[in-house]
Ligand binder design. Structure first.
Ligand code: ARG
Length: 596
């Protein structure tokens, strides 16, 4: 069944067509002047000129022809020719009843199913997962769920960063620690004892040395990277130990964040495809030698940018930069594994679309890779899309760091949020009668909801400031508020059940009931917008609006104390709201507890 906006648009388009007006302008939308009508159409203004009439006249003609459908009586005209529609109580009741009866709470499926890979999360082996990967995980998980819910066939892929320079760097550090790799027994024992904490300490220490100009370490790390990729058994064994330790920890982190993948693949999994790919690129004459490296140019003629050279002079260079395919050491680079991964996905999943949910700051990288893939014929440019996002900032407005200036580990962040959740629950006198297990479970769900909703309630392109106190508030636009509202409806329905009160046919009488029916009707539109724009915040907004509208309904329209058909109708509205709110929160990656 169509949502009201679509049904109005279709009916209005029929009137437009009959009057010989371009029905492309027949759009009917929710109005921002509910005093005039809940829906509005502004198209008379756009078509008036072509029709050689005044907008007012066009609007009058449309209104006259609007044969009071069951949706609404004839529209009224405001201003220069705006049409305002008031929905009939019947149409609202029908739509709310549909949401109440429908397993999908009123959401439609896509017309044409697609095969979609969502690349998100992307933590790096040996570096541990930190807040930088938080947004990629939260937004990507939600986009994946939204696509799947709309009916597409979807694979989430973690695309672990497990094949680049950082691997060579950690191998070099280990070599220094052991004084070489000659003693096999010593190496075996060391690898066996390797922990994530150690890797997380080794990596930044050595990365810092390279950053500070230690060319010796840099060159050895580059060589180690090339040896690893070249198939050295020693390097591969060391790599595998580091890989397994990191992977186990990252799986645990993802699980506690409620993030799950269908493909737990990484850069290294694309490695076997690289030799053949490079050969293919070569055959297609796409590679050029550049000081010992091999590059693939992706800029079109005339696409340039200004670049400042070390000596201060400014030159025009091609833009985007060429993709570095093989380094002068013979290594595969970040872009090489990304390109080979496209080949791999096209072979294995045969996707119509690959979405990359990665920090906006990597936009140039993806532009290079996508253009290269299109040039090589591995994918069409419009099959590849970067879903960029802004940063999560600290109070100073720069990317979030710990008080000591380091990156906060994901586990620690979740731990902090849980601690705050426990405190808030206690302040609000929630859970005093829960078992310890249930209390912990609720605190965890509240913590995750707070973190995720704070992230997803902003458009993904916007950066935001991390403020756990605000995210964890039980009032206002927060995750905990939404869980609390959902749980409140559960408790109402439980009481009704205990008293053997039954839900029945929905009737819309009170204004607060009208508002709630309209809010329920808006779900499909929000879902479509979130899907089309790859932007979960449309659903976050919907969840908040629905919860608030329910709150208004509940304070004006008593449920349990009312009687007969009125009570049955209100119970059905409450159940429909809970179902849709739970579904929406699930699409955002949030779980609702049984009680709180
Ligand atoms: N590992 C990368 C990083 O930490 C993110 C990977 C994103 N996905 C991709 N296909 N490149 O920056």
């Amino acid at each position: 069944m169509k949502d009201l906006a679509s049904a109005f648009t279709a009916a209005n388009a029929a009137v437009f067509a009959k009057l010989g007006l371009d029905s492309k302008h027949a759009d009917v939308r929710r109005s921002d002047r509910p005093d005039l009508g809940e829906f509005q159409a502004n198209g008379a203004l756009a078509v008036a000129k072509a029709a050689g009439k005044k907008p007012q006249e066009v609007a009058q003609a449309v209104a006259a022809d609007w044969s009071a459908t069951e949706l609404s009586p004839a529209p009224t005209i405001a201003g220069p020719g705006f049409l305002n529609f008031k929905v009939t109580a019947d149409a609202l009741a029908k739509r709310a009843q549909f949401v109440a009866n429908d397993d999908r709470a009123g959401a439609n499926l896509v017309e044409h199913k697609r095969r979609v890979v969502v690349d998100y999360g992307g933590p790096n082996v040996a570096k541990g997962m930190h807040v930088g990967h938080l947004r990629a995980s939260i937004i990507g998980e939600s986009v994946k769920r939204i696509y799947r819910f709309r009916g597409d066939e979807v694979w989430g892929d973690a695309h672990f960063g497990d094949w680049g320079f950082q691997m060579g760097l950690v191998i070099t550090a280990l070599e220094d620690e052991l004084g070489g790799f000659d003693d096999q027994a010593k190496l075996d024992a060391r690898l066996k004892a390797l922990t994530l904490e150690q890797l997380e300490a080794i990596y930044p220490a050595y990365a810092k040395r390279v950053k500070e100009g230690d060319i010796g370490v840099r060159d050895r790390a580059r060589k180690a990277t090339a040896a690893l990729q070249g198939g050295s058994e020693l390097h591969r064994t060391i790599w595998k130990a580091m890989h397994d330790v990191s992977m186990a920890a990252q799986k645990r982190d993802f699980a506690s964040l409620g993030v799950d993948f269908d493909l737990w693949l990484g850069e290294s999994d694309a490695d076997p495809l690289i030799p053949e790919m490079v050969e293919d690129l070569d055959k297609k004459s796409l590679l050029e030698d550049d000081q010992g490296a091999r590059i693939l140019r992706v800029a079109n003629p005339g696409e340039t940018k200004k670049k400042k050279r070390d000596d201060g002079t400014v030159v025009e260079v091609e833009s985007p930069d060429p993709l570095l395919v093989v380094s002068s050491e013979g290594s595969a680079m970040y872009g090489t594994t990304d390109l080979a991964t496209i080949v791999q996905r096209m072979r294995d999943q045969k996707p119509d679309l690959i979405l990359y949910c990665v920090d906006q700051r990597q936009a140039d990288h993806f532009e290079q890779v996508y253009r290269a893939a299109a040039k090589a014929g591995y994918a069409q440019r419009d099959q590849l899309e970067h879903i960029g996002f802004g940063t999560m900032n600290g109070p100073d407005g720069t990317p979030f760091k710990t008080r000591a200036g380091g990156v906060l580990k994901l586990q620690d962040l979740i731990g902090q949020a849980e601690e705050k959740a426990r405190a808030r629950l206690k302040e609000n006198e929630i859970g005093a009668d829960f078992s310890a297990d249930e209390f912990e479970d609720v605190a965890h769900k509240v913590a995750i909801a707070a973190i995720k909703f704070a992230d997803l309630s902003n458009f993904r392109g916007t950066s935001y400031i991390f403020d756990l106190d605000r995210f964890m508030s039980f009032e206002g636009k927060t995750g905990p508020y939404l869980l609390y509202q959902a749980v409140r409806i559960k408790s109402i329905l439980r009481k009704a059940e205990e008293a053997q009160m039954r839900a029945g046919a929905i009737a819309i009488e009170h204004d607060a009931e009208r508002s709630l029916a309209l809010a329920l009707d808006a779900f499909d539109g929000a879902l479509r917008a979130a899907y089309d724009k790859k932007a979960p915040h449309f659903l976050a907004e919907h969840a908040y609006n629905l919860a608030q509208t329910f709150s208004g309904f509940y304070s004006h329209c008593p449920i349990l104390p009312s009687e007969g058909d009125v009570r049955a109708s209100r119970l059905a509205l409450a159940a429909a709201t809970l179902k849709q709110l739970t579904l929406t929160l699930d699409l955002l990656g949030m779980d609702v507890p049984e009680r709180m």
